[in-house]
Write a protein that binds this ligand. Sequence first.
Ligand code: URA
Length: 301
Amino acid sequence: MAQSLPNPHLALMENDKLHHLGYSTTEDLKALFGDVKFVCVGGSANRMLMLTTMLHDEFSIPLPATGKPENICKTERFVMYKVGPVLASNHHIGGTSVTIVLHELIKLLYYAGCVEPIFIRIGTSGGVGIPPGTIVITDRGYDEQLKNQHIVTTLGKFQVTDAVFDKGLAEEIQRHHTEKSHDVIIGSTLAIRDFYEGMGRLDGAVCEHGEEERLAFHRKLQELGIKNIEKEATSMSSLCKRANRQAAMVCVILADRLSSDRIQLTPETYKEYNLRPLRLVTRFIKHRLEQACDGYEAKTD
Ligand code: URA
């Protein structure tokens, strides 16, 4: 059974237009999206293209005549691809942007009658004493006050919400780690609003602190058990939890910020690191589908 959503106003709307995805409830959303079981989101449009190209191959679903997955987002704001039971969309950078696309994806699949779809963010991050190339699956999000919470601002009021991901789902994804080249760990993630001053970097257009303060801050993060830093952990975990949707976040580390705040990877290493979480999530999805005997022709490893 499709899960309900905690918004009584939706039932009263004659036509819900999903402004940034371009779909509306006047269309047959069940026919278009009713089979979706997994939603993968990631900041970069190209990462979503790489993921869905990989999934076409894994599910033996031929690519369109163009040779690449078809972008089915109906606006220029985001990209969206569908490969069998997987929907993938980019979300650009930050909590504001990821929640816009998540509100619409959650509603889209609700209107399509999807049964318990799983939402997974696949991203990149900075490490806190963890080497580049490691994958972190987030259990808790910390906000800029270094609290395990997400503050939602509505109608001029602050509401403190939980910023936790589904523990069982994180552990299940971790069990699909098979590659010897790197570790996959479960840990807490700091979500900040800004790549430069917010992350305490020294290389923004403006910087009012020095390396010693930067290092002291990152040591404090390490003491709190924070493994990596990005920008969406708190907003995504809070929204999915309040909407009662299962969610996970799987991010590869591009730099260890206890050594340096600069990302110093060759293009080849950068590409390889970007592919690591895609391969892990693909193995998890394939396994779930095989268990459900869903008829998607997932190849064996
Ligand atoms: N993404 C981030 O948010 N931070 C980094 O340091 C690298 C990627």
